[in-house]
Design a binder for this molecule. Structure first.
Ligand SMILES: Cc1cc2nc3c(=O)[nH]c(=O)nc-3n(C[C@H](O)[C@H](O)[C@H](O)COP(=O)(O)OP(=O)(O)OC[C@H]3O[C@@H](n4cnc5c(N)ncnc54)[C@H](O)[C@@H]3O)c2cc1C
Length: 444
């Protein structure tokens, strides 16, 4: 994949200590953390705003709290700064555990775009939007530069350390390092087109319980008047009066053709899914308006700006988190944070499979799950980290992506400063810096 030959002909636009690619919950946090440590940091994002899924698709952070009878806060650091800034705009509120994932923090995604930008700019990050990493330059097994597609044509940026926070592990793929293609070994989680409704009578809607709501969905599907593949979808209130947001639609996320597995990293597959997802959303809207009290006069406000993709590529790291680790609430010497979220598998069926950790417990997230095997100067953060399909279905919540991002940002800054590889970094020093930045590493 190396483009060293044609890279010679492209002028280098900038040289950094750390380049973070992808500005979702993981990447934005990574860039903020690295810049706060004084690293000269570039954050590259293909969309015209920061936040990835957090601003383009969703509106509720899960993972800050453990689910269960007692809700304990287990995430801090930059994740706290994000919520603090949202509160300045009165743009978020806590929503009690209604769907099983614990207390959520529901926010207004348009304000979150501004919050991510404000925190990143204040930290001193250089931000490059509308810029798509297309290729990597590799020399002696190290990534040394990135080729970025922009309106000016291809541009070239170099750095000492890289963070792959693309969700899809694009850097790892382009550099030819190892990864697991979701859907190849186990069924991958499905895709969801989110949508928002306005003019909802939320008081009337609130009088319908979760069980009754699912019953209405089931009845509608079984009547054959509505084509509703998922019968346990959810809706919830938002910071805007009379507006609800949904996670309701369900589309298959991969396909096997001969011995090859294709998923949402394939543009042809993704294009069809985007089109199908919006049509399916319209069918759910018809159901809501016809069958659910409170929705009689409601209208569609927006679709998510892209289809929600839960998993595509997951790296093989120095450690791979397993289902057993999660269910036994295992703690690790090199852990950089905690996760108490249940394993929530949006499989290719009618319901969603939930499996819980022991009451009030958490699993540690090892630093090694962010270090791709056989690499010298790249870390990953976010939903492409090193975990089995099932373990991933617990640790992929946005709060945990922020935890991983903060650790990867700090680690990259330290590695750039010390001229070492992430695998050589003392986990003790990383944890010390994480604690200084407000991180929570061990169970309370
Ligand atoms: C439908 C759905 C519902 C979910 N519900 C919840 C929920 O309610 N609460 C919760 O906490 N979690 C939820 N999750 C999980 C969670 O949202 C994700 O796991 C998390 O947001 C992933 O964050 P990330 O930073 O790893 O990736 P992303 O947010 O996907 O960020 C990746 C970023 O990289 C950019 N990028 C990708 N490739 C390139 C490239 N080559 N060049 C430049 N930029 C690039 C993308 O544009 C994007 O901004 C849900 C996920 C889905 C899909």
């Amino acid at each position: 994949m190396s483009v060293i030959n044609y890279a010679k002909d492209i002028q280098v636009k900038g040289i950094y200590d750390v380049i973070v690619v992808g500005s979702g919950s993981a990447g934005s946090t990574a860039a903020i953390a690295a810049a706060r440590l004084g690293a000269k940091t570039l954050l590259i994002e293909r969309l015209p705003f920061l936040g990835g899924i957090s601003t383009a698709v969703l509106d509720t952070f899960y993972g800050y709290y453990t689910p269960g009878k007692q809700s304990t806060k287990i995430v801090g650091g930059i994740a706290d700064d994000v919520v603090r800034e949202l509160c300045v705009y009165n743009a978020c509120f806590e929503r009690p555990n209604t769907f099983g994932a614990g207390t959520g923090i529901t926010y207004h995604p348009e304000y979150l775009k501004v919050v991510w930008e404000t925190l990143a700019v204040k930290a001193g990050c250089h931000i490059l939007l509308n810029a798509w990493v297309q290729d990597v330059v590799k020399e002696d097994g190290r990534i040394t530069g990135l080729i970025v597609a922009t309106k000016l044509g291809l541009t070239y940026y170099r750095a000492k350390q890289f963070v792959d926070a693309t969700g899809d592990a694009d850097l790892i793929y382009l550099a030819g390092f190892d990864y697991e293609q979701a859907g190849e070994q186990e069924p991958a989680q499905t895709l969801t087109t989110t949508f928002k409704m306005v003019n909802v009578d939320t008081l009337k809607r609130k009088a319908v319980s979760k069980e009754e709501f699912h019953q209405l969905m089931k009845q509608a599907a079984e009547s054959n008047d509505y084509d509703l593949p998922r019968k346990e979808g959810s809706d919830h209130i938002t910071p805007v009066d009379g507006m609800t947001a949904t996670i309701m639609t369900r589309l298959k996320s991969y396909q096997k053709i001969d011995s090859k597995t294709i998923n949402a990293t394939d543009p042809e597959f993704l294009s069809k899914a985007e089109i199908k997802g919006r049509l399916q959303a319209l069918e759910y809207i018809r159901f809501l308006r016809d069958c659910v009290p409170g929705y009689e006069n409601a209208s569609l406000s927006t679709f998510g700006m892209q289809i929600g993709v839960r998993e595509t590529r997951r790296i093989y790291g120095e450690y791979r988190l397993t289902e057993e680790d999660v269910l036994s609430a295992r703690q690790f010497d090199d852990q950089i944070g905690l996760c108490g979220a249940p394993m929530e598998d949006h499989h290719d069926g009618e319901d969603t499979k939930w499996k819980y950790l022991p009451e009030g417990k958490t699993v540690g997230i090892p630093y090694r799950t962010l270090i791709p095997k056989n690499t010298k100067n790249v870390l990953v953060a976010g939903r492409c980290f090193s975990a089995s399909h099932v373990a991933h279905s617990s640790v992929r919540s946005m709060a945990q992506c922020m935890v991983m991002g903060q650790a990867a940002g700090i680690a990259s800054a330290l590695c750039a400063e010390k001229n070492i590889s992430p695998v050589q970094l003392d986990a003790g020093l990383l944890k010390e810096r994480l604690l200084q930045q407000g991180g929570i590493i061990n169970e309370p």
